[in-house]
Design a protein around this ligand. Structure first.
Ligand code: C2G
Length: 131
């Protein structure tokens, strides 16, 4: 069984996230999502609208997602890849090159981001439309 992993906050889930999850799953047979905890989001300077538990429940409802684990720190990726027998690490290409150190442990693939959508843009557009 070919196992894939990806990481993120996945707040206010949108089609860019789903496009990423769909393509990640297509690369193997099992997709694990390491979901940023609320505490780790603070380290990433991100404030998610939905709590970790609610973001986790939403992700677990997606047909492409087989397992959700917590992402608590930047340095857990090698441990996750080894412990979960991961074959492929996938991220959107806004992260191109940032995780190449994982090439010693698994395949590293950066997929093109979906243009025109982001959680930040959604929040900004809603602010403007309700101003
Ligand atoms: N994404 C995408 N297209 C978009 C928006 C996001 O392909 N229009 C991808 C991102 O490239 C990322 C994933 O969706 O691979 C999740 O996006 P975020 O929740 O913004 O993830 P991020 O905060 O970048 O967390 O350790 C890694 C970090 O946790 C990554």
């Amino acid at each position: 069984m070919k196992k894939v992993i990806t990481y993120g906050t996945f707040d206010l889930l949108h089609f860019g996230h789903v496009n990423l999850l769909q393509r990640a799953k297509e690369l193997g047979d099992h997709l694990t999502v390491a979901l940023s905890t609320d505490e780790f989001n603070l380290i990433k300077n991100k404030k998610a609208y939905h709590s970790f538990e609610n973001r986790k429940m939403i992700l677990e409802s997606i047909r492409y997602v087989d397992e959700v684990i917590p992402e608590k720190e930047w340095d857990q990726k090698i441990r996750n890849v080894i412990k979960n027998n991961i074959d492929i690490f996938v991220m959107g290409d806004d992260w191109e090159g940032h995780f190449d150190f994982l090439k010693d442990y698994c395949e590293v693939i950066y997929l093109p981001r979906t243009v025109g959508v982001s959680t930040t843009k959604i929040k900004r557009d809603l602010l403007v439309s309700n101003a």
